[in-house]
Design a protein around this ligand. Structure first.
Ligand SMILES: [Zn+2]
Length: 332
């Protein structure tokens, strides 16, 4: 991500979103009405409280119509594209994302056609996805698995349990695993990795961030001990790799409503925000805990302002000492 970050521009972008939200979006407009005056800021809202608010989070002028469009929570994939870039995932491999439902999307943002810049993209159904039977699940997964087989490699993005379930089906494919976690989990994982310098040194000596872990048998001890694996040679090894969190484990932070938010950057070990997509600001919660409220800067439908991700815990924001762009960290 280019380092042309400016805190002032970032805040201005957030202010524009807030102004539009108060003027045009019922969810925020109603907060003015309830307060009986113009508010400076929308109230922080836990992400979980937004699940059934979609119709109030879309602007008056373009209301959500479930009979004519897919759910706007699905997003356009640009956040995933940028999260993978931050996490230093390989650029050319097809992207397989574990999701609760199939999605009619063949490339991951950047263009409609594969040669116009979008990466090949497919969906693998999560273990809990509702399907009639296993045959139907296999049929729905076939396109994504075919992409991986054809390329001989794939980036697979999903929660740990889902990865354990789907990776054995990618036998013979070179898999780059990207673990999807909550923002709070990403921060805790980054902190734990920073606190284990031996693991860092062992791994840093062998791996260039986000790129190949050699397929050399000598590397297998890393797999067997469940240390950090950015890339593994077979899906079987990936399934056996245990936790992926740490300095070079590819970890992206996601929220069901905000989408992809951040990624652990291998070089500095920090949880970097996708600052072009989201603004984050610290505030004090009702229980005195400091946490962060996030504002989606690019999405207008739904409009998301001061949303507190689930499982955020005690967090604050800072600028990465190495990169000068926003990170999320535990409060000092
Ligand atoms: Zn950094």
């Amino acid at each position: 991500m280019p380092a042309d970050f400016s805190a002032r521009r970032w805040e201005r972008a957030r202010r524009r979103v807030i102004a539009a939200a108060f003027l045009r979006v019922p969810f925020y407009r109603d907060q003015w009405a309830a307060a009986g005056r113009a508010l400076e800021e929308p109230e922080p809202t836990p992400s979980a409280a937004l699940a059934d608010q979609l119709h109030r989070l879309c602007p008056f002028a373009r209301p959500f119509d479930p009979s004519r469009e897919p759910s706007p929570w699905i997003g356009d994939g640009r956040d995933l594209r940028d999260a993978l870039a931050l996490a230093c995932a390989p650029r050319r491999a097809p992207v397989l994302e574990v999701r609760p439902a199939v999605l009619d999307r063949r490339t991951l943002a950047g263009g409609v056609l594969p040669w116009s810049g979008g990466r090949r993209y497919g969906v693998l159904l999560a273990p809990g996805a509702r399907v009639v039977d296993e045959a139907r699940r296999r049929a729905l997964d076939a396109a994504a698995l075919g992409l991986a087989a054809e390329a001989g490699r794939a980036i697979v993005v999903g929660e740990r349990a889902a990865l354990d379930a789907v990776l054995p089906r990618l036998a013979g494919v070179r898999v780059h695993v990207v673990e999807r976690v909550s923002l709070g989990q990403a921060v805790r994982a980054a902190r734990a990795a920073a606190a284990t310098p031996t693991a860092r040194a062992r791994v840093a000596g062998r791996v260039s961030p986000g790129h190949a872990v050699a397929a050399d048998p000598a590397e297998h001890d890393l797999t067997a001990t469940g240390t950090l694996m950015g890339e593994v040679t077979t899906a079987g090894q990936a399934a056996a790799a245990g936790t992926l969190m740490g300095e070079v484990g590819a970890v992206v932070a996601h929220d069901p409503h905000l989408g992809y938010l951040a990624a652990v950057v291998a070089g500095c070990g920090q949880v970097h925000l996708l600052w072009r997509h989201v603004h984050a600001r610290p505030f004090e919660g009702p229980d005195g805990d400091r946490t962060v409220g996030l504002t989606a800067l690019r999405r207008r439908r739904p409009a998301l302002v001061n949303v507190v991700p689930g499982d955020a815990g005690s967090l604050t924001t800072a600028l990465c000492p190495a990169h000068g762009t926003p990170i999320v960290t535990p409060p000092a």
